[in-house]
Design a protein around this ligand. Structure first.
Ligand SMILES: [Mg+2]
Ligand SMILES: [Zn+2]
Length: 205
């Protein structure tokens, strides 16, 4: 079974800029995301979510809050025919230097151990450069969800270092330097998880 790793905020649900989804009612699905989950499930993919949730480390929300959000997410996915096998999250802040916070690959590596996943045949879909970096570090294929057409074009043309994305956008102070030095771009760029899923299901990623 092939595995697809999904970032959460900005891929499955609307991300809250400069903040966190702290309660289940603030978890709002992205358009087409549940359809994509159903199609990927029907297509035989194992779906695993990997998400940074530093709001816990910052004391803005509790483990129980996050658990309630994920119960709702999995339930509503299942009602739409999509099965989420597991959710890995990093509760730490960037300052804690843990091994799980993306762009580090710790959550992907742990999932590979837990589920016997061949990471080189897995795909990681995320909306941040740090997702692409984590995927590359774990040797998965990577798809960047980029709503901004300018970023899409820039990435497609292989001049990512020139995008000038800020630390706020990447969410990690070290990300820009590492991204600039990366020799390769994501394997794919899509406007949404729905669009990414169509490409993945056709075997084009
Ligand atoms: Mg995200
Ligand atoms: Zn962590």
């Amino acid at each position: 079974m092939k595995t697809i790793f999904l970032d959460r905020d900005g891929v499955l649900n609307h991300r809250i800029k400069g903040g966190y989804v702290r309660t289940a009612d603030k978890f709002v699905w992205e358009k087409g995301a549940r359809t994509a989950l159903r199609q990927l499930t029907q297509g035989g993919f194992q779906i695993i979510v990997v998400t940074n949730q530093a709001g816990i480390g910052k004391g803005l929300m509790t483990f129980d809050d996050l658990e309630r959000i994920h119960v709702k997410m999995k339930k509503e996915a299942q009602e739409a025919g999509g099965f989420i096998t597991d959710v890995y999250y990093c509760p730490h802040t960037a300052q804690e230097g843990c091994a799980c916070r993306k762009p580090r690959p710790g959550m992907l590596v742990q999932a590979a151990l837990d589920y016997g996943i061949d990471l080189t045949s897995a795909v990681f879909v995320g909306d941040s450069i740090t997702d692409v970096m984590a995927g590359k570090a774990a040797r998965t294929k990577t798809v960047l969800i980029a709503g901004c057409s300018q970023v899409c074009d820039t990435v497609r043309h292989g001049t990512v270092a020139a995008t000038g994305l800020s630390t706020a956008q990447t969410g990690d102070p070290g990300a820009n330097a590492a991204w600039s030095g990366m020799s390769s771009c994501p394997d794919g760029v899509a406007a949404s998880l729905f669009e990414a899923a169509q490409t993945i299901l056709k075997g084009e990623i």
